[in-house]
Write a protein that binds this ligand. Sequence first.
Ligand code: PAF
Length: 284
Amino acid sequence: MRTVRDVPTLRDLVAQARRAARPVAFVPTMGALHEGHLSLVRLARREGGLTVVSIFVNPLQFAPGEDLARYPRREKEDAALLEREGVDVLYMPTEASLYPPDFSTIVDVAGVTEGGEGAVRPGHFRGVATVVLKLFLRVLPDAAVFGRKDLQQVAVVRRMIRDLDLPIRLVVGEVVRETDGLAMSSRNAYLSPEERRRAPDLARTLLAARARAIHGARDARRLEEDALRQLEAARFQIDYLEAVDSLTMRRSPEARPGVCLAAAVRLGGTRLIDNVYLLDPAKA
Ligand code: PAF
């Protein structure tokens, strides 16, 4: 595996792959890698060409007062994991190269960013879309792999690819869960042992709503209300819990294929997000 920090070397490696007719598959990450990320890497490897993974903790997507300073950084361990997964290129851009002092261009994907995370974290998706577009333009991938745990991020990237005619195929990986159901996240490292024991109640609540939908409960408002009550009983602070269409991120009154129940809660100082399809999209 080559670890690359500069754009010319990156471009050179990508150009070599193109000359050899190898597709380029890209997984952008902020590091502190876990099985969820590695499942995305495996999807990228399945594309059968050059696999590029980036690690960059993007300051632009953190609001003042969020966890930028304490976001876990584990470059050495991450590099070892990626090497073991057979990644070809680990790209670790510097902040100075991505954001020179007079940097002033921002990518704003409207509509899909209005509710959910976008409402609670204003500016977050501008930071995400800007860095993702910059990384896309540096890596020039044929396919880009994102995890559905960040449901709204996937919708934002999908919309940006479509609206800007980016010649990139979006590949979406499933949510990867711990054995007790907790969705894997780099931020789970913040949980105290007591919070870690309580955290799976979020996934249990969402999965219970999905089970009811599968058994015929189609009133999404009802499912939301019941799930909210359960989250309150589990003593989470709730940022939002909404049944949304996974493509448009609009609230859906009906549990139908493609509608997800998405939630963000706080447990002590840790923010957890998770989502489930109420009914599988393939069963439409
Ligand atoms: O999902 C993430 O880790 C980040 O939002 C991403 C896509 C790497 C952009 O910084």
